[in-house]
Design a protein around this ligand. Structure first.
Ligand code: FES
Ligand SMILES: [Fe+2]
Length: 376
């Protein structure tokens, strides 16, 4: 909890294009960023296009099945290589639409048709511009730094342990919803980081999560003791008798194998990897929210609902029910995020002020400032 009145970030940081560009350099072009699921690329040669900030990428799997990512730019004279948002590279070749240079799935320049090569031209000097790519828990990450400061595992750190009992890599996305919000990426991240807004904005969620009625995310910050039998455990949990995040807290889906009895008793476990991935794991399903900046005042959210293979086919009538609450919460958050963005634009508003239960925002702001200082 914050003991003293603390200022928020300067309001202009939420819409100034120059500040946005600084944050892309300081955070988004240096950190591991989640761009999809490995299941989006079932076979070698399958690909999808991704954008991180203003960098356009091709994400594929090479002949050995390893994830690969490249800038969507030809080494000849810089044409865009791929235009379809997803597909499969015929014959395992990435062919430029301009002069038909072709590249292997591992990025090497394979052929340069109908062209007299200069005598000193060496194909091996012109591979695609590679981007680091790796996976964890079935999530596909890229890192645009030439030399990332950490491996993906190092970047994810101990936070990943909170969901290690869920078989994330083998879950499949049974529903994906993509939303674009008219707000800066930090507005969304800040909204995720506090529950001060929960009592007013999320009445349905507050029925499932009694702690949220107090506008906090830990019993340590609450005036209410945790429910009997869970003494000493200060984490967020569903209401007594509730199992998961659905409107009535119940489920007819089979429980996922892996989570412990204690995990199941909580009904929800969160992990977040600033600034592109939040995972909300329940006993019966997992929801992930991917976040990508699309401009100074635009952010794209991709929500996936994940289940063990075969469960959706065996319980087709339950999928809507599983999605309802999460979809509602995303829509409610989206609305207040856009209102927040609009209000930040006032010429009178120079900065906001943080309340005690918004300590996580202050930590986020300090983290961002330190990241910016590293590249200035
Ligand atoms: S720009 Fe790609 S082959 Fe010429
Ligand atoms: Fe919210």
């Amino acid at each position: 909890m914050l003991e003293r009145t603390t200022a928020s970030l300067p309001a202009a940081w939420y819409y100034d294009p120059a500040q946005y560009a600084r944050e892309l350099e300081a955070v988004w072009y240096r950190d591991w960023v989640c761009v999809g699921r490995l299941e989006d690329l079932p076979e070698p040669g399958d690909y999808f296009l991704a954008e991180v900030g203003s960098e356009r990428l091709v994400v594929t799997r090479d002949r050995d099945g390893r994830p690969r990512a490249f800038h969507n730019t030809c080494r000849h004279r810089g044409s865009t290589l791929c235009t379809e948002p997803r597909g499969r590279f015929a014959g395992g070749r990435i062919v430029c639409p301009y002069h038909a240079w072709s590249y292997a799935l591992s990025g090497e320049l394979a052929a340069t048709p109908k062209m007299q090569l200069p005598s000193d031209f060496r194909r091996e000097d012109y591979p695609l511009y590679a981007v680091h790519a790796d996976t964890w828990g079935g999530f596909l990450f890229v890192n645009l730094a030439e030399r990332p400061a950490a491996t993906l595992a190092g970047f994810l750190g101990v936070e990943a342990k909170n969901v290690e009992r869920w078989p994330l890599a083998s879950l499949v996305s049974v529903r994906r919803e993509v939303t674009t919000l008219a707000c800066n990426w930090k507005v969304y991240w800040e909204n995720y980081s506090e529950c001060y807004h929960c009592p007013g904005v999320h009445p349905e969620l507050c029925r499932v999560m009694p702690l949220y009625r107090e506008g906090v995310t830990s019993y340590a910050d609450s005036r209410t003791a945790p429910s009997p039998g869970m003494a000493g455990d200060m984490r967020e949990r569903v209401a007594p008798g509730y199992v998961t995040w659905t409107l009535d807290g119940q489920t007819r889906l089979p429980l996922i194998e892996g989570p412990s009895a204690a995990d199941r008793a909580l009904g929800v476990v969160f992990v977040s990897f600033a600034s592109s991935l939040i995972i909300i794991a329940h006993p019966d399903y997992v929801r992930s929210v991917r976040i990508l900046p699309r401009g100074p005042e635009c952010v794209e959210l991709t929500v996936d609902w994940l289940l063990p293979a075969g469960v959706a086919e065996a319980h087709p009538g339950e999928i809507e029910r599983m999605c309802e609450l999460g979809r509602l919460v995303v829509a409610q958050d989206g609305r207040v995020c856009e209102l927040n963005q609009q209000g930040l634009r006032s010429r009178r508003h120079r900065e906001g002020v943080l309340m005690p239960q918004e300590a996580a925002l202050h930590e986020f702001h300090e983290w961002l400032k330190s990241r910016l200082a590293e590249v200035s």
